[in-house]
Design a protein around this ligand. Structure first.
Ligand SMILES: Cc1cc2nc3c(=O)[nH]c(=O)nc-3n(C[C@H](O)[C@H](O)[C@H](O)COP(=O)(O)OP(=O)(O)OC[C@H]3O[C@@H](n4cnc5c(N)ncnc54)[C@H](O)[C@@H]3O)c2cc1C
Length: 391
């Protein structure tokens, strides 16, 4: 099978690469701490460079600020961005909320929200999880009660990535407590500046402030903040999740990291022997390169489904579980090959490969939890993909 891209798509890849080489600093190898304030500010500036080219959401229709790129051009674009480690700071909006608004939103909502995303001005965060509702998301307890023309929201969200930077939040709240749990949920678009919202930081094990708790204390949301039909939010929320899990660019970012690790193994000696000459390192690298191809082809399968107008479901879960677990295997192999130096943080003058593996080892732990845990993905694959009974 020939997996090459068409000449037109490769030409587009060249255009994206040339742009990125110009737009990013000459020695850019990615941000060591993608979550800190400086990196976020840099990311926001970078969005402003993408906006004039309509490259923040290039696959969106032209009327919504995109270029209407084909899915395969979008893949080329995403791969190149990931390979060059370009900052990606509003993926929740570009990747999953925007497409959900396009499907379920009113014309007013599309007009109100989509231009702010494609201009890079409006940053969004995702308010799904609660302390008692993660994998079993439909158990969520945040309430929204209708009061005149408004809804009044009370409750708490947790693990809300980027909430401390976000201008808006899309969230799920219970609007009918008497209905079966999946049927009493609605989907809201809420301004983070609304009175009654408090954001509290949660620092992760890599000592980074990436996610937060968000509290809602009598927050008034106008009716225009309700997306789609009242009490039908669950079905929209799962559409958003399918978009989220279909992220196909991860393998291109992993390729860059694996290339760097392979070069390191070729150039670095331990006890007088090049790492690449040691069977363990050779086998690890060979396995990682094989698995990288698998990751890429699984992603392309999702795209080819989308290209035929189908909505990937368990196929997206396969990509999600494989890519996130692959990222962990890659980080673990890197940490082993770098030896004790691998544990040094990027700031240390003795850190190898700019401390990338120390960062990715710690950061990758969350990747098999975020957007649905590996256990939940495997349940989806078992039930919807293999037709096995519920566990
Ligand atoms: C880096 C990161 C970023 C995140 N960002 C956001 C965000 O921006 N917005 C947001 O809303 N949420 C976010 N989350 C939260 C994430 O969606 C939840 O953590 C996830 O859905 C799991 O829920 P939980 O943490 O409550 O774990 P639980 O659901 O309590 O699960 C605990 C363990 O039990 C297992 N388990 C649970 N149910 C089953 C079952 N039926 N079968 C088998 N095993 C099961 C799980 O796999 C897991 O191992 C983020 C999480 C991480 C790690």
């Amino acid at each position: 099978m020939d997996f090459r891209f068409a000449p037109k798509q490769e030409a587009f890849r060249g255009e994206v690469r040339a742009f990125l080489q110009n737009a990013l600093p000459p020695d850019w190898v990615g941000s060591e701490n993608a979550l800190d304030e400086e990196a976020f500010a840099f990311g926001r500036e970078f969005l402003k460079k993408l906006a004039p080219k309509s490259w923040i959401a290039p696959a969106w229709p032209v009327e919504y600020g995109g270029l209407g790129l084909s899915l395969w051009e979008q893949v080329v674009f995403n791969e190149e961005m990931a390979y060059q480690r370009a900052p990606l700071i509003n993926i929740a909006a570009v990747g999953y909320l925007g497409p959900t608004i396009m499907i379920y939103g009113s014309e007013e909502q599309k007009g109100q929200h989509l231009p702010g995303i494609t201009s890079g001005e409006m940053i969004w965060c995702q308010g799904y999880s609660e302390t008692g509702a993660g994998s079993d998301l439909a158990s969520l307890q945040t309430r929204a009660v209708q009061d005149g023309d408004d809804f009044v929201i009370n409750g708490q969200k947790i693990w809300t990535s980027q909430a401390h930077y976000a201008d808006w939040i899309f969230l799920l709240a219970r609007t009918d407590p008497d209905a079966p749990k999946h049927k009493g949920i609605s989907y809201f678009l809420v301004d983070m500046k609304a009175p009654g919202i408090t954001v509290r930081p949660l620092v992760n094990m890599a000592d980074q402030h990436g996610f937060n708790e968000v509290f809602f204390d009598n927050v008034r949301v106008p009716r225009s903040g309700l997306l789609g039909e009242l009490n039908r939010g669950w079905y929209m929320a799962t559409t958003t999740l399918d978009f989220e899990r279909s992220n196909v660019a991860t393998s291109a970012g992993s390729q860059r990291t694996l290339e760097e690790l392979t070069t390191f193994a070729r150039e670095t000696k331990a006890d007088g022997t090049l790492l690449i000459e040691r069977p363990l390192a050779r086998h690890q690298l060979a396995d990682l390169w094989i698995e990288l191809s698998i990751a890429r082809f699984l992603s392309y399968r999702v795209v080819s489904l989308q290209d035929r107008g189908l909505v990937p479901n368990y196929e997206a879960s396969i990509v999600k579980v494989f890519n996130s677990e692959y990222g962990q295997r890659l980080a673990r192999a890197g940490l082993q090959m770098l030896g004790l130096y691998g544990q040094l943080q990027p700031e240390s003058p003795h850190a190898r490969l700019r401390g990338r593996f120390e960062r990715s080892y710690l950061a990758s732990v969350g990747s098999t939890i975020a957007a649905g845990t590996s256990e939940i993905m495997r349940n989806i694959i078992a039930q919807r993909g293999l037709g096995l009974p519920r566990n």
